[in-house]
Structure formats: C-alpha cells, structure tokens
Design a protein around this ligand. Structure first.
Ligand code: COA
Length: 532
C-alpha cells in the first residue's frame, strides 16, 4: 500500500482564503437546510403539536436506533421553486433494529402533507434507492393526498407510487406503513399495498371517500371512525394488522416488525477494523479553490476520505488529468476516478474505461469525484479520436454493473458529467459539495458561444451585428446559467441526493457503502478487460 503524501500547507494565504469561503458556503447550506427543517413553519408546527401529534422528524427520530445517523436524501428538493423546500415529504436511510431501511415520512405541517410534483419525484427517487440497494421501506403516513391545485402534474404519474410498494414486496423487501393520520382516497393504497400496517387509534383515517363524499355519492350518513378509523380497520376490515394506542406505540410496533423480518444483507461484509484517514478531513475546506478554474490535486481529497489515507494509484503516469486507483473506505473496497486538471483527453477517457472494467472484474464499487470541464475540443483532438475515446468511457460507465457513487466536488460540465457517472447514469447515490456547479458548460463559455452564433446568424442575413446591444443579453444569459448551475438549484430539481459539507463526505460514503451492501455487488460479466 502506498500512503499519500500531502503538499497542502494550512499556513498559506490561499488555504486560508479557500477555507474562509468554504466555511461561508457551509453556513449558508445550514440556512438552506433550515428551510426544510422548518416544515410548514412555526404556526403549523405549533398547531400540530397542540393536537398532541409528533412532527414527521420527531417520528423519524424515535423510529431509528438511538444515536444512529439518518442519511436524509433530497432535503433541498423544490429549492428555487414555489413549493416548500423539501416537498412536504422527508426521505432517507435510517437504521431500525440494526436494519438499514428507507424511511418515507409525509410532513403534515406542509399543506396537510399533500403531494405536489416535488413530493412525487422525491418519493420515486426513494423507491428507486430502496429497490437498487434492496432496502425494507417504512412509510410514516399522514397526508391530505393529492395537492389539488397541481393535480394535473401528479395524478397520472403518481399512481406508480402504489405499484412501487407492491413491487417491493414481490422483490421480498418488506414494506411497513405506520398510519398516524389522514390517508384518504389514493393515499389509502399506501397501507393498502404494504406488507405490514399499523394504525394509531384516534388518529388514522383510512378511507377511499370521507363522509361528505359518501353523502354525495350514495346519500349515506357516516363518520370518520366508521369509514376508516383504526379500531374499525383492526377489528372489521382487517386492513390494520396492529392497533397502536398512540403515536409512540405505533413507532414501537414499527420497530417490533422490523426486528422480526429476519433481515440478512446480501452484499459484501466490511473488514472488522480499519484506520481513519491519517490526513485531517477538516483540511478539505482549504484544498478546493473558490475559483473553479484553478485546478487542485484530487489525491489530497482522496487522502482525507479513505481508510488510513492509503491509495493505490493505477496508471499514475498515463492520462494524468484523471486520477484512478483502489482504496478502502469504512472497511469496504472501492475504486476511485477523480478529475485532476479539469479536461478529459483521449488518454484519460481510455484510462477510465480500462479502470472501470477492472473494477467490474473484481466486484469493486466505484467512486467518481467530479471536477471536469468536459472532453477536450479542437482539431488536434478531434483528429486524434476524442469522440471515440470519450464514447469508450461512456460505454464503460453505462454498462458497468458495480454500484457507482458520484460526488461533485467542483465543476461537472458537458459530456464529462456523463462520463463521470452523472445523474442520468444512475449512480446509486450522488451528492454535491457546496461550491459545485453542473451545466452543459461554464456560464462564460456558454454566453460566449451564444454571441458567436448570433454574430454568424446576423452575417448570414447580411445584417450588421449589434455587439453592444447583445452584451446585455450575454450578461443576462451568463447570470442565469451561473444561477442554474449552482448545487442548490440542481439539487432542488432532484438531480442529486443532496448538497453536503465536504467534511461529511467520508461519513456519508460509509453509510452509502453499507447501504449498498444490502444487495449483492457484482460486476459486469461477458467480456474480459479490453486493453485500451
Ligand atoms: N391540496 C392542497 N392543499 C391542501 C390539501 C390538498 N389536498 N389538503 C390540505 N391543504 C391545505 C389547506 O388548504 C390548508 O391551507 P392553508 O392553511 O393555507 O389554508 C393547509 O393545507 C392545512 O389544511 P387544514 O385543513 O387546515 O389542515 P388539517 O390538519 O386540519 O387537515 C386534512 C388536514 C388533510 C385532513 C384536510 O386538509 C383535508 O381533508 N384535505 C383534503 C383531503 C382530500 O380530499 N384530498 C384529496 C385526496 S385525492
């Protein structure tokens, strides 16, 4: 094993400047997360507590094992839209009775916990994470059903959420519904499709139609309890398997159910003891420059993420703009691809493709650390076959069968985003650091390209190009692309699983690798390694 030596000097001005800027970004991240933590705001939280109910986050806290972490996914979903940040639902991986579970909790303080387009998208992502990593699912239900003003955007696609529950069951991944409150109309199918159902006496209301709707439809006089109360479902309809006396009892019963599912992880077992990194993860804040155009050595990052700071580099003298190598993280083997100088040339693309094949041969999960401006352009590179070589890398990434995790450290532009297993390539998990930017290209470059295109268009029509007039448009476009490239924005759109403090990366990766180990980890079969 080769330990990584460090060239990072915490006494330099550049380090101090980077660190200060990173700390400001991390403080801002806490402010953005506070929006999600606030749910529907003080008034609705107070009203909810006043009714003797726990908030969604309090329910999760009681459900998971004491002092165990909860890896929240999509906390900033809806950021930058008119919807409440978080999308009226909380999703994440929590450990219940020692079992990693996907936990999905409606937030009844946000528009009665109703589902808007952000909620639906986030719920689908949670279902995907549970399916790919073979996790049991626990739904904490209290929802007003469809967000009526946006029903056109959710009604038709939203139906898949019920199918996802029953398909999880078909896949032998247990599904549990703890029903705390309203679960009407379509929402009734959440307990309806789940393997195990717990209902809170006096709280749960599970019916296809409430009293007013029944009156309209059939003229029958009814009340909530006879139509869908917990007692009725436990004693008459049989939809409730367990009757909980209150919310805490429902959580206790949820834990009891998980205790009996006889869960066995089907993936690799980590080594029992491993060393923490020798180099301090705190220094990650001083390593990444504020200006993404300034390159940094990703080995410095890797050395602060992996066990013992030990990294065995593969092909270190070839394609040096991409660092590849093997390491161990929280006891799990991992292959790492990390951009160094930003641009991906032919050598880098071929090195990546070869390395990805090697990882598949040894069933080793892959970590992609993004900081790329994309594949190299220009006549020399086109003539040298950059498209073919980039295609080899994208082919290898697309057909790789080992789990991928992507972390956007800095830039993630152009096809480089794809080659580095961007969102469309289905990495099991993807997180962005606070200063990350993802876009088709850098904002200044994009605005410059638009100017050249506009100039050529004017010339072809024989019209003089108004460079001064176009400057305003160019500035506007640049500012817009800048904003839309930011991590909050892309996270708000659901293009990653969250924006994170770089110092938390090792812990988060450890949780991800442990989660991934619920399913078998097997690389692609069928070909040997193509030497490229
Ligand atoms: N779509 C959009 N907004 C909804 C909503 C829905 N389905 N359900 C509730 N809201 C809104 C309310 O308009 C209210 O907004 P406001 O505070 O800005 O006025 C807010 O959420 C809280 O609702 P409220 O009724 O005061 O809360 P509650 O806790 O007393 O009751 C419900 C919650 C869900 C039981 C109740 O709001 C309800 O029955 N909603 C309609 C349920 C329904 O029929 N959904 C359609 C199913 S497909």
């Amino acid at each position: 094993m080769s330990s990584v030596r460090t060239a990072v000097d915490p006494t330099t001005g550049a380090y101090a400047e980077n660190r200060e800027a990173a700390l400001a970004r991390v403080a801002d991240l806490a402010e953005q997360h506070a929006k999600a933590l606030a749910g529907g705001g003080e008034k609705y939280v107070a009203r909810h507590h006043g009714r003797g109910k726990l908030t969604a986050r309090e329910r999760i806290e009681l459900l998971v094992d004491q002092d165990s972490p909860f890896l929240e996914l999509g906390a900033l979903a809806g950021w930058g839209t008119d919807f409440t940040v978080g999308g009226s639902i909380i999703t994440g991986i929590g450990v219940v009775e020692g079992v990693e579970c996907m936990i999905i909790a409606n937030d009844p303080t946000v528009k009665g916990g109703s589902s808007n387009p952000v909620t639906v998208k986030k719920g689908f992502r949670a279902a995907q994470v549970a399916a790919e990593n073979r996790l049991p699912t626990i739904n904490l239900v209290e929802s007003g059903g469809a967000d009526l003003p946006t029903q056109k955007d959710i009604f038709i696609p939203g139906g898949a959420s019920f199918r996802n529950i029953t398909q999880a069951s078909e896949d032998r991944r247990p599904t549990v519904a703890l029903v705390f409150g309203n679960s009407t109309a379509g929402g009734a199918y959440v307990p309806g499709m789940s393997d195990y159902v717990v209902m809170v006496d006096g709280g749960a209301k599970v019916f296809l139609g409430g009293p007013p709707l029944v009156k309209m439809a059939t003229g029958e006089e009814s009340d909530d309890e006879s139509l869908g109360g917990a007692q009725m479902h436990a004693k008459q309809s049989g939809l409730a398997d367990y009757l909980a006396v209150d919310e805490r009892d429902a959580i206790r019963l949820g834990r009891q159910i998980i205790r009996r599912i006889n869960w066995r992880k089907a993936g690799p077992v980590p080594v029992s003891s491993y060393a923490e990194p020798v180099l301090d993860p705190e220094e990650l804040l001083g390593i990444v420059p504020t200006d993404l155009k300034v390159p940094f050595d990703p080995r410095e990052v890797i050395a602060r993420l992996v066990d013992g700071s030990e990294f065995d580099e593969f092909k270190p003298l070839y394609g040096q703009s991409l660092v590849t190598g093997f390491a161990q993280l929280h006891g799990y083997p991992i292959g790492i691809l990390a951009n160094a100088q930003g641009v991906l040339f032919s050598q880098e693309a071929q090195k990546a493709a070869q390395f990805i094949q090697l990882a598949n041969q040894t069933d080793t999960p892959l970590l992609f650390l993004h900081n790329t401006t994309g594949y190299m352009v220009g006549a020399e590179y086109e003539q040298g076959g950059i498209i073919k070589h980039g295609a080899q890398m994208i082919n290898a990434v697309s057909n790789s069968k080992v789990p991928h995790i992507s972390i956007v450290m800095g830039a993630s532009y152009g096809a480089g985003h794809y080659g580095m297993s961007g969102r469309a390539y289905d990495p099991r998990f993807m997180f962005s650091w606070t200063g990350a930017k993802s876009a088709v290209m850098g904002p200044a470059q994009l605005a410059g390209v638009m100017e050249i295109v506009a100039r050529q268009s004017s010339e072809s029509k024989g019209i003089a190009f108004d460079a001064e007039g176009f400057q305003g448009i160019k500035d506007l476009v640049e500012a817009q692309i800048e904003e839309q490239s930011l991590a909050y924005f892309t996270s708000g759109l659901g293009y990653d699983d969250g924006v994170i403090d770089p110092r938390d990366t090792r812990t988060i990766l450890g949780i991800c690798l442990s989660t991934i180990a619920n399913a078998p980890v097997e690389g692609a079969r069928g070909y040997g390694v193509f030497r490229l």
